[in-house]
Design a binder for this molecule. Structure first.
Ligand SMILES: [Ca+2]
Length: 154
């Protein structure tokens, strides 16, 4: 069994941005404020829509686990998780689908590389017009010791 850190690395300490201007007051920061009563809503337009989290200069994490919580029938469906250290070239770490609209879902994957930027790209939405909601998202790293994982990550 893989093990993961228990500290959510998507916090108020970094910077979160989006692909296009969000709807209304539903700013990207609402997706990482640990408050399930606040929400990010993408621009009302076709996918893809994305949220990008910058841990900050000199801060990197080998993210291996992401949780996504959506509401209001506008959850993202197909999505990818991507990492970068220059915000230009991204490596895809995970590709999958959320199984329904409104539950908290956890996605794990093998990644041994520490990245400063994590971008989650939604390529389809459960909502007809392509708008995507994220109420909360979290990111956790795999656990290291001496530069190696302590366990089998399969
Ligand atoms: Ca929130």
């Amino acid at each position: 069994m893989a093990k993961y850190g228990t500290t959510d690395r998507f916090t108020a300490g970094g910077t979160i941005t989006e692909d296009l201007l969000h709807e209304g007051a539903y700013v990207p920061a609402n997706a990482v404020d640990n408050n399930t009563g606040t929400h990010w809503y993408s621009n009302v337009s076709a996918c893809p829509h994305w949220l990008k989290y910058d841990f900050g200069a000199g801060v990197t994490w080998a993210i291996s686990k992401v949780t996504l919580q959506c509401v209001d029938g506008r959850g993202g469906n197909a999505f990818t998780v991507n990492g970068s250290n220059n915000d230009s070239t991204y490596t895809q770490l995970y590709s999958g689908n959320r199984i329904d609209n409104n539950s908290v879902q956890t996605f794990t994957f093998v990644n041994r590389v520490k990245y400063r930027y994590i971008k989650i790209i939604f390529t389809s939405s459960y909502y007809g017009n392509g708008q995507v909601n994220v109420t909360e998202m979290e990111a956790f790293e795999g656990i290291y010791w001496g530069g190696n994982f302590l366990f089998n990550l399969t």
